[in-house]
Design a binder for this molecule. Structure first.
Ligand code: SF4
Ligand code: SF4
Length: 390
């Protein structure tokens, strides 16, 4: 099996026991990244109503046992209900994590969100988002915006933490090491670095693998290593590779996979939940923890997802005049959106019928015995007809 020989901890995440999920609260975003699947810029108002958002929070909690709920979009700061969303998630004793391109973020908004319980801010800042402010913006140019983000978070150091993310395509792939260096330098507020290896639109992306990216990092830090992972649902290759590291002012130290396994299992025994390394409670005890992730999404029309996907989102299907929520990988929802919700026969049906219960499931959340009654949706034509309703 590819990559099978590598010493690595296989994360035990499942669709009914997962550290996090994606709560989509809007389709609106004015930035318009080329690789974004939302029809941004064309939708004047496509915010999910607060009542539906709260319902989805309840579904996630019942279905996934999450430690954190990621508030995503579009651009979540466009939805005026964002503070209420943060408050509602916090009231359920779950960590609210905001995913943002940071352009709308300022001291006033952040202060209100922190008061309402915001725990983590995940900033997508790269040369793609940069085109919104300057045509031809490079990763070097975007350092100013990364620094602005750190400056915003500094007053809350120790209370909330930052994650930084970039989509890597051929044009900026080799810049990943500079972004990583920047993140290590700002380790007091930045604790997580996510690189998405763009390959979604077949033939236009880099189609890099997580192990290639590990080698790229090793060109600067020879001991850099991926020590935990999720494999693909079809290929068994590493699709979601994670390097949990210890970073302090002396620089990064790269941890053995056994240590990461011990940390994860201990956390699970204590909290009965899978670890979110970015949890401020955990970081108070272990302040040097720093994680770098390489995500390799499936290519359009293929079935190779991350098994145990931590980014599941909800779509709604209509069946027998009732609407049902279904959990899907958020990258799979791209297929729904880009294909215009067509029910024409395509690879997607085959895809879904081939997936197993680790990846995708019907969500009978009102049934308290949800996890015992996990059911794989077979009739995906229904999902293609009625994917979302807001
Ligand atoms: S910032 Fe995010 S939501 Fe907005 S266009 Fe880019 S990827 Fe899409
Ligand atoms: S949404 Fe897709 S790329 Fe992201 S973790 Fe899930 S399966 Fe992997």
């Amino acid at each position: 099996m590819p990559n099978k020989g590598k010493n690595i901890y296989e994360l035990p995440w499942r669709c009914n026991n997962n550290p996090q999920c994606f709560l989509e609260i809007t389709r609106v975003c004015k930035v318009g990244c080329p690789s974004c699947y939302q029809k941004n810029g064309f939708i004047a108002s496509r915010h999910k109503p607060l009542a539906l958002i709260k319902e989805e929070v309840d579904i996630f909690i019942a279905a996934l046992n999450p430690s954190a709920i990621c508030i995503v979009g579009g651009e979540p700061t466009e939805n005026p209900e964002l503070p209420q969303v943060v408050k509602y998630i916090k009231s359920k004793n779950i960590l609210p994590v905001l995913f943002t391109n940071t352009f709308n973020l300022n001291e006033k908004i952040l202060n209100q969100l922190v008061q309402n319980g915001l725990a983590v801010v995940y900033a997508h800042i790269d040369s793609q988002t940069g085109q919104f402010i300057k045509v031809g913006a490079t990763e070097a140019y975007m350092m100013e915006y990364r620094n602005r983000f750190v400056k915003l978070l500094k007053p809350y150091r120790g209370k909330i933490y930052g994650m930084i993310s970039a989509i890597l395509s051929d044009s900026n792939y080799s810049d990943a090491t500079e972004i990583q260096k920047w993140a290590y330098r700002n380790h007091d507020v930045i604790k997580y670095c996510v690189f998405t290896l763009d390959g979604y639109k077949s033939g236009t992306g880099t189609k890099r693998k997580a192990l290639d990216a590990e080698k790229l990092m090793q060109s600067v830090w020879p001991k850099f290593c991926l020590n935990s992972c999720l494999r693909g649902t079809a290929s068994n290759e590493i699709h979601w590779g994670q390097a949990v590291t210890w970073v302090d002012d002396r620089g990064p130290k790269f941890l053995n996979y056994k240590l990461v396994s011990l940390l994860d299992k201990t956390h699970h025994i204590i909290y009965r939940k899978n670890t979110t390394i970015i949890d401020p409670k955990l970081l108070k005890i272990l302040p040097g923890l720093f994680t770098t992730v390489f995500v390799r999404p499936h290519e359009q029309g293929t079935i190779d997802f991350c098994a145990g996907c931590p980014d599941q989102t909800i779509i709604w299907i209509k069946k027998d005049e009732k609407k049902y929520p279904i959990l899907v990988h958020s990258c799979l929802s791209q297929d729904f959106i880009l294909r215009g919700y067509s029910d024409e026969e395509h690879e997607l049906n085959k895809t879904i019928n081939n997936l197993n219960s680790r990846c995708i499931a019907a969500c009978g959340y009102k049934n308290k015995f949800y996890s015992k009654n996990l059911e794989i949706i077979k009739d995906w034509q229904e999902a293609l007809k009625y994917p979302t309703h807001y």
